[in-house]
Write a protein that binds this ligand. Sequence first.
Ligand SMILES: Nc1ncnc2c1ncn2[C@@H]1O[C@H](COP(=O)(O)OP(=O)(O)OP(=O)(O)O)[C@@H](O)[C@H]1O
Ligand SMILES: [Mg+2]
Length: 292
Amino acid sequence: MPAAGEQGVARAHTLAEALPYIHRFYGQTLVIKYGGAAMEEATLQEKVLQDIALLRLVGMKPVVVHGGGPELTRVAEQMGLESVFREGLRVTTSEMRDAALMVLAGLLNKRIVALLNRAGVPSVGLSGVDGSLFQVEPLRRHRGKEVDLGYVGEIQQVNTHLLRHLLEGGYIPVLSTLGVNAEGEIFNINADHAAGAVAGALKAEKVIFLTDVRGLLRHPPDETTLIPRLTLAEAKRLLESGSIEGGMIPKLHGCILALEQGVRRAHIIDGRLEHSLLIELFTDEGIGTMIE
Ligand SMILES: Nc1ncnc2c1ncn2[C@@H]1O[C@H](COP(=O)(O)OP(=O)(O)OP(=O)(O)O)[C@@H](O)[C@H]1O
Ligand SMILES: [Mg+2]
């Protein structure tokens, strides 16, 4: 018999190493916040969505919550709308909210669904408006301060009934983060907050945030200062300390939201790296920042 090539052995080894993890996560719900570079770059995008399809095919129940800030900024600019952020959150006029609906719930959501379907797993794209999936109220407080960001909603409730139906039916739900209030008005929701809320409501095993840095950094932008692990209490202190900036604020907030509602672990990982989801889930090393 010919000897297996070194490469073949390495591959088989990787698969064997994955087995206990596949076993542990079988049937478990996993919420993935999809954003950053992994959503911007075409080949990376296709790879990430193939990995998510793989997770479904080995028995996990992934739910995708996507962002799309850069694309929204581009389209809004073409519409003559300027993007303004406060502490990582988008100031949202009614015109910006309409642009968010078009770009997030339309263009980007359907692109993701099409790619997942092509990767062999049926998926369904919804906004939080559909089936009143995300019931919101205007966000009024942020990091202990009163804020008015316009049509930025804070999730009060997630319709898990609808999500569970989809998951039981074998579908991957792909969620864009808009929601409705009691009056039927539509609001934009920060995607990191929404991912945390969805994971919490579903009592997911994990929530994983794909982003375009290695993880949570002690001294950004120095990527050698990665914080590999921290507890929920440490994460809260860090958020309050003011050393976290920009887009990392809502992300850390999303992790805290999820953990406070009983999610076991939250991860912030590098979406620029090919197969980062598989490395995190199926290898002994793990990557990025883990909060528990
Ligand atoms: N302490 C920190 N650790 C890591 N990143 C930080 C920190 N403070 C600020 N950042 C910034 O936060 C950014 C990540 O948030 P950002 O909103 O830009 O991306 P995203 O949420 O992954 O993508 P999207 O908003 O498109 O969904 C990093 O690229 C980094 O510049
Ligand atoms: Mg962001």
